[in-house]
Structure formats: structure tokens, C-alpha cells
Ligand binder design. Structure first.
Ligand code: GDD
Length: 360
């Protein structure tokens, strides 16, 4: 068993100027502690390897150079997998995360107060440089809000976090995409008491951020995966509802167009507009909502979706007709009855789609 207490994992890509600085900072902050620094670099050709080698005789630092893979999240996993310490801390190389926060974060783990600690900008005492422009701040806030239901942390986007290494073994099915490996580990690991420690997040002075628009789009895909993992049925229902919402728009447009341009009656227009809308729904539910389910049998799946949608339509139409025929309120508020009909039909369709149409 290793004597190392703290393993600091730092993903790097072209950080040659920052490597000596962060090593010094960590060495000062962790004076007297048994620690190791593991840089995981994606073959930067800027002298990063040499920079770590030059320091390694004074500070316990090593660098793993990856040539076949690229990406922040997988680099962090590689680092954690080769860590020896009792505790693992993940942080950026660009000095935006203060190494002075490492020991207070470890203390929270040691005391049993928390089993996962995030260095947080957004709790009391936390802050960031005040030259963040409006759009950068808005971007960060929206990204944060989107992740809040996944964990009880105010700064789930943070790339600065700590946990006991043993707990990493319980992290099931890690499939990191993009930058948010901390969020991935927090959601998929069995952490019962995540917590936060306030930090001041400094903007980098050397080198460049690698956070591109592509990474931000990957974040949305990552979020979708995490929601599917944590709330499988609710997220399926939400996607089914979203698809159904777009189908409803198509249904309504065709319905109104048939009446306005072709002079068809209400019932016939409803009956015709159903088919293209149901086909639209089938396609997008197959592609998005039930993407992991059986994908062969196009025709029979389409037919069974149409059949259950038709049954849903009958329920939808029946609800609408019953309400507008027998309930006085709805006689004057037909649009509300129409919406209720759609909801009843959608609930029924969702159950049928899950159980019969898009089989596991
Ligand atoms: N190995 C490897 N491979 N490392 C990478 C890669 C990569 O493809 N891309 C970035 N890194 C390293 C950087 O060298 C840096 O040490 C760290 O990952 C963070 O990358 P930055 O590009 O500096 O990120 P940022 O400053 O835009 O984003 C920061 O803020 C986010 C929250 O707003 C980081 O702290 C993120 O971790 C954090 O989530």
C-alpha cells in the first residue's frame, strides 16, 4: 500500500509556461504532506514533457503522455487510474484553481463531512475575476442551471474537485464527453454527501483556454446522457413530450391549412392531419427518445406506432368530444379541451411506445 496521501491529477495540453508555476504553488501549499502530481498530457509539442522532467527531482511530479487519445475528460480518468494516493484532487494547470484550497478540501473528506468536494465559485466566499463579460457570465450561468437537477452543488461545472480514490471504483459506466468530468463522476459515482469549498477562480495569464464552441455543444450531449442515466423515465417522457410538441405544431398547421385552403371540415381535417404528424413523431422518437432501443424493423415499428397513435388519437379525440359536448366550461373553451385531449393521448402513447413499439 502506498504512503502517498494526495494525488493531484492535472490534464494538460500546451501548458509549458504554467507547469513550473503550478508545481511550485502545490509544493508550497502541501509542504509536509505526502503527495504526487500526475500531469496527463496529450502529446503537446511545446516542451511540457521536458518541463516536468526538469522539476521531477525536486517535486514529486510525473507526466503521462498520451499519443492515441485526446480530450480533457479521458485524460483525467487516465490520471486517476494511475494515482496512488488515498485522496485524488483534479485541477486545471492554468492556475485558475488555487492550490491553497487543496488541504481544506481534503479536510472536508477526512472529517466525513463530505465524500466529494468541489472548489466552488458560486457559494458564499467563492468568486471569480470581475472582468467576465456579460455573455461569458450568462453562458456559464445557463450551463450551470442546466446541470443543477443532476447534483446538489452550486458549481457543478467546476474542474476542481476531490474525493477518496477508493470511491472511484464505484463509478459505473463512465462515458465522459467534453469537459465536465467532475459532473460525470459526481452523477455516476455513489456519493451521498457532496459538498463545496469556496474558491477564487482566476483567469489564466499564460496560454489559451481550449474550451471551444464544439466543447460547449458536446456539453449539451453530455447533459442529455447524464439525465438519461439519473432520471431515465422522466427524461424519456420529456423528450417524448418535446417530440410530441413539434408533432402537435405540424398537426395544427396542416389542420388549419386544410380548412383555410381546401375548405375541409373540422373532423376531416383532424383525421387527415394526424398521419403526417404521427409519422413525424415516430421518426424523431426512434431517433432521439428511444435511441438505444431496437432499430431494425422499420415498417412494423412504424405500423405499430401508427396503430398505438391512432388509439391515442381516439382517446385524444374522445376526450375532446366528451368535454366539449357535456362539460359547459369546455363548450366555451374548446382550445383547453383540445390541449387536454392531446395530453391524455400523449400519456397513453408514451406508455404504449415504451412497452410495445420501441422494445428494449
Ligand atoms: N490532456 C488534455 N487534453 N488536457 C486538456 C485538453 C485536452 O484535450 N483540453 C484542455 N486540457 C487541460 C488544459 O490544459 C487545462 O489544464 C485544463 O484542461 C482546463 O482546460 P482550459 O481550456 O483551461 O479550460 P477553461 O479554463 O476554459 O475551463 C475551465 O472552466 C470550466 C468551468 O467554467 C476549466 O476549469 C474547466 O475544468 C471548468 O469546468
Amino acid at each position: 500500500m502506498s504512503d502517498i496521501k494526495i494525488s493531484i491529477v492535472i490534464p494538460t495540453y500546451q501548458e509549458v509556461e504554467n507547469i513550473p508555476l503550478i508545481c511550485e504553488q502545490i509544493n508550497t501549499s502541501l509542504a509536509g504532506e505526502a503527495f504526487e502530481i500526475i500531469f496527463v498530457d496529450d502529446n503537446s509539442q511545446d516542451g511540457s514533457y521536458e518541463a516536468v522532467s526538469n522539476i521531477a527531482n525536486q517535486i514529486p511530479a510525473q507526466i503521462i503522455v498520451r499519443t492515441k487519445e485526446r480530450g480533457l475528460s479521458t485524460a483525467v480518468i487516465t490520471g486517476i487510474e494511475s494515482a496512488q494516493g488515498k485522496y485524488v484532487v483534479v485541477m486545471d494547470c492554468d492556475l485558475s484553481h488555487p492550490s491553497s484550497a487543496i488541504l481544506p478540501m481534503i479536510e472536508k473528506l477526512e472529517s466525513g463531512h463530505n465524500d466529494f468536494v468541489v472548489g466552488s465559485r458560486y457559494i458564499k466566499g467563492g468568486s471569480f475575476d470581475d472582468d467576465w463579460g456579460f455573455f461569458r457570465l450568462l453562458n456559464s450561468k445557463i450551463a450551470t442551471w442546466l446541470a443543477l437537477p443532476l447534483c446538489h452543488i452550486k458549481d457543478p461545472m467546476s474542474g476542481f474537485f476531490a474525493f477518496e480514490r477508493q470511491q472511484f471504483e464505484a463509478c459505473a459506466h463512465l462515458a465522459p464527453t467534453g469537459y465536465k468530468i467532475g459532473l460525470e463522476i459526481m452523477v455516476k459515482g455513489e456519493f451521498s454527501s457532496p459538498g463545496e469549498h469556496p474558491i477564487h477562480f482566476r483567469d489564466r495569464e499564460h496560454g489559451e483556454s481550449k474550451l471551444s464552441l464544439k466543447e460547449q455543444l458536446l456539453y449539451l450531449r453530455h447533459l442529455r446522457r447524464l439525465y438519461r442515466f439519473k432520471y431515465p423515465i422522466t427524461s424519456e417522457f420529456a423528450q417524448f413530450g418535446l417530440v410530441g410538441g413539434t408533432g402537435f405544431v405540424i398537426d395544427s398547421l396542416i389542420y388549419f391549412a386544410l380548412q383555410a385552403f381546401f375548405g375541409l371540415g373540422h373532423n376531416l381535417s383532424r383525421a387527415i392531419s394526424f398521419w403526417p404528424a404521427a409519422t413525424w413523431n415516430w421518426f424523431w422518437n426512434r431517433t432521439i427518445t428511444f435511441t438505444d432501443r431496437e432499430k431494425s424493423n422499420h415498417l412494423s415499428q412504424w405500423l405499430s406506432f401508427l396503430a398505438t397513435s391512432l388509439a391515442g388519437f381516439v382517446m385524444n379525440f374522445g376526450t375532446y368530444t366528451t368535454l366539449t359536448s357535456y362539460v359547459p366550461f369546455f363548450i366555451d373553451h374548446k382550445f383547453i379541451a383540445l390541449i387536454l385531449g392531446v395530453l391524455v393521448g400523449m400519456g397513453f402513447n408514451f406508455m404504449m411506445a415504451r412497452i410495445f413499439v420501441f422494445k428494449e
